[in-house]
Design a protein around this ligand. Structure first.
Ligand code: NAD
Ligand code: IPM
Ligand code: MN
Length: 353
């Protein structure tokens, strides 16, 4: 088997964690006899500096023609500043590539790793057993609706079509079927028209999945439930912005945003995109202390969803889990291990198991 991965390191800690993840990917591919070919492209702020645009055509082409894309993170204060005088934003490149690749389903798993009970801001007995998959709609809603931006008035529209809701909902139902059979659909149906559409699509589909139990929860209450009884949830499906916010909350509940991986998927057979859910972390960039686990675990998702290599994927997940269980911690988890030390430990755990 051979695997062609386009790599978009991006900005801030993006290149640091992507480097770590690529070392792990290369080691696993070698051990499993998977031929790996990678090509690196400009993206985000780095691409603005090099070419004037956050998503150059050549980068887009390299993503569309790969088996999968591994992305670091984009953005930073330098480009926020430049955007005030009309320069493009790095984040526009991220939305652009998600849209160009048709990545409507963003899977964001969060589970409590053994040994991390005390890294959660919640009491250990509250967080114990937490294992949630957030399925976030990724190419619709307020991120992509029409915008007007004036100095005294601005608008962001939040459109959703039945078809857009249905295709991401099916991904969530299927995921729930393969897990504990519980689906929580999160919306704001007491206020938003799009949420009432969302709810009715979920209801209509639920007949096709008799083995899945469905609940509807309003997003404000969900933000609370995730810190009071997170272990009670299995799969959570929600629209783009709610999913963005709730998945950051959940990542902290199980220890740190530095651990959270994601897979962004479109139609079957199309390339997927894999990235940690965190950003470019300008506050710690360039110091070699970023937690690479979110990126390393994203590589595991890449092997699972874009290469069908379940054994290699779970091998990486077990290695990360073992390193955390041994007590090795980067700064975000209260430790002092460097990015390099953590990565070395994962590489060692891979050969040990
Ligand atoms: P952030 O996720 O970059 O950082 C939030 C906090 O978490 C910071 O204190 C940071 O140090 C910490 N953190 C994040 N990842 C970490 C890791 N791997 N190891 C240790 N600590 C980590 O969010 P922000 O500060 O709100 O945003 C910074 C920039 O990143 C902005 O320009 C934003 O637009 C961008 N951003 C990009 C993405 C992406 O590329 N997918 C995602 C989120 C934010
Ligand atoms: C994420 C980020 C992005 C989002 C931003 C940087 C556009 O927060 O990947 O979670 O909101 O989707
Ligand atoms: Mn986010």
């Amino acid at each position: 088997m051979s695997l062609h991965v386009t790599v978009l390191p991006g900005d801030g800690i993006g290149p640091e964690v992507t480097d770590a993840a690529l070392r792990v990917l290369a080691a696993v591919c070698e051990a499993e006899n998977i031929g790996l070919r990678t090509e690196t492209r400009h993206f985000g702020g780095a691409a603005i500096d090099a070419t004037g645009e956050p998503l150059p055509e050549e980068t887009k082409e390299a993503c569309l023609s790969a088996d999968a894309v591994l992305l670091g993170a984009v953005g930073g204060p330098k480009w926020d500043e430049a955007a005030k005088s009309g320069a493009p934003r790095p984040e526009k490149g991220l939305l652009g590539i998600r849209s160009a690749m048709g990545l409507f389903a963003n899977l964001r798993p969060s589970r409590l790793f053994a040994g991390l009970e005390n890294a959660s801001p919640l009491r250990p007995e509250r967080v114990a057993g937490t294992d949630i998959l957030v399925v976030r709609e990724l190419t619709g809603g307020v991120y992509f609706g029409a915008k007007e931006e004036g100095t005294d008035r601005a608008t962001d529209l939040m459109p959703y079509s039945r078809e857009e809701v249905e295709r991401v909902a099916r991904v969530a139902f299927e995921a729930a079927k393969g897990r504990r059979g519980r689906l929580t659909s999160v919306d704001k149906a007491n206020v938003l028209a799009t949420s009432r559409l969302w709810r009715s699509v979920i209801e209509d589909l639920s007949g096709d999945y008799p083995e899945v139990t469905v609940d509807h929860v309003l997003v404000d209450a969900m933000a609370m439930h995730l810190v009071t009884h997170p272990a009670d949830f299995d799969v959570v499906v929600t629209e783009n912005l709610f999913g963005d916010i709730l998945s950051d909350e959940l990542s902290a509940v199980v220890g740190s945003i530095g651990l959270a991986a994601s897979a962004s998927l479109g139609e079957p057979g199309r390339p997927g995109l894999y990235e940690p859910i965190h950003g470019s972390a300008p506050d710690i960039a360039g110091r070699g202390i970023a937690n690479p686990a979110g990126s390393i675990l994203s590589v595991a998702l890449l092997l699972r969803h874009s290469a069908g290599q379940e054994a290699a994927a779970s091998h990486i997940e077990r290695a990360v889990s073992a390193v955390l269980e041994q007590g090795l911690r980067t700064a975000d988890l209260g430790g002092s291990a460097s990015t390099e030390a953590f990565t070395e430990a994962v590489l060692e755990a891979l050969t040990a198991s």
